[in-house]
Design a protein around this ligand. Structure first.
Ligand code: MN
Length: 358
């Protein structure tokens, strides 16, 4: 098991690499989707109320082979491994999610991205197959000591608020459509059909490129959000995903927080089930109090999950992947994001060492 950190696009420079290294990280998971404007100073692509993440850039050159290699070299120079890329850019695959007219063309584009990623020696792409994305959280001082954190407090109006045309996953891919109406609702059958259509076409390319695609569970794990069905909002639906298109490249981005938030979510059982099949590519190691529809993200040692117990289940299955804190509450000081991350990383490093020595 290796300790890692997730860095957003605007954090991809030396100060953040050194911060990661100083906190004991060996690996970095990189969020390459550029969030314009609406990201806050602390690096949180906040989903406070009805904010969205901004405009998705078309043909972003960051996905070209040369630029991926350059980024990998930057990380390696600081002694860090480029463990995974997290999330495709909505402008590259919105019609894959929506089964729109450009779906096949965009699948070809995604295949090329996967080939570039593999050729650059980056082993995993984490992704969310989600139309509504993260929605319905508000930032509240609900973690220990009044630390600011994400709380899911569903307001039924907001949760059913339809998504404008031209938007998907809280990003705008075509601003000219925004006042032209709303996306038609998506049923559970439809979202699973779209996932199958996608995986059947890209997984053979991923296998050849030596890249694993790792699906994040739905956050928040509700049955539907904004009239669009969710995909993995119960732990067993991961098994459905794995069995849907069998492939060594079909894998899981295991978010402990999201799994615990699920009504039927038992993190230890889920780790047992999926680590035993060697299906977990990497782990979002975070804690939470409560379950949908009422939960709060909390400090790593504050929530409902016994993190040491979870780590022992990973060890039992000889899990060798990367664990990252995902998000953490913001601490009251001049560097709220850094302090929250450093706290989580120190805690993780300590219990990882303990479990390794057992
Ligand atoms: Mn997560």
């Amino acid at each position: 098991m290796r300790l890692g950190i997730g860095l957003y696009r605007h954090m991809l420079h030396t100060d953040y690499y050194r911060f990661a290294k100083q906190a004991g990280c060996e690996a970095v998971v990189v969020h390459l989707v550029n969030y314009y404007g609406d990201i806050d100073d602390e690096g949180l692509p906040s989903t406070d109320g009805q904010r969205n993440y901004g405009v998705a850039r078309l043909n972003d050159p960051i996905w070209e082979y040369e630029n991926l290699v350059k980024l990998k070299e930057e990380l390696n120079q600081e002694g860090l491994e480029f463990a995974a890329i997290e999330n495709f850019n909505p402008s590259d695959w919105y019609d894959v999610l929506l089964a729109g007219p450009k779906r096949d063309e965009q699948i070809e584009q995604i295949k090329q991205i996967i080939r570039n990623v593999g050729r650059a020696g980056i082993p995993v792409i984490g992704y969310n197959f989600s139309i509504a994305g993260v929605w319905g959280h508000i930032q509240k001082p609900s973690a220990r000591g009044g630390a600011l954190t994400s709380t899911f407090l569903p307001d039924s109006n907001e949760l059913n608020h339809p998504i404008p045309l031209g938007q998907v996953w809280n990003m705008t891919y075509d601003a000219s459509l925004l006042d032209k109406g709303y996306l038609p609702p998506t049923s559970e059958q439809e979202i699973w059909d779209r996932l199958a259509y996608f995986l059947e076409r890209v997984l053979p390319v991923a296998e050849e490129a030596g890249v694993k695609l790792a699906l994040h569970p739905d956050d928040p794990p509700m049955p539907q959000i904004r009239q669009h069905a969710r995909l993995v909002n119960e732990p067993d639906k991961y098994q459905k995903m794995i069995d849907l298109v069998p492939s060594q490249s079909n894998s899981i981005e295991f978010c402990m927080g999201s799994i615990q938030e699920m009504v039927s979510g038992d993190v230890y059982e889920a780790i047992d089930q999926y680590a035993s099949q060697d299906k977990i590519s990497y782990v979002h190691f975070r804690n939470v109090k409560g379950k949908v529809p009422h939960y709060t993200e909390v400090f790593v040692d504050e929530g409902d999950i016994d993190m040491l117990k979870a780590l022992r289940v990973l060890k039992k299955h000889q899990f060798t992947g990367v664990l990252i804190p995902d998000h953490t509450p913001l601490m009251t000081c001049d560097a709220p994001w850094h302090a929250g991350m450093a706290y989580a990383l120190g805690y993780m490093r300590a219990i990882m060492r303990q479990v390794e020595q057992e």
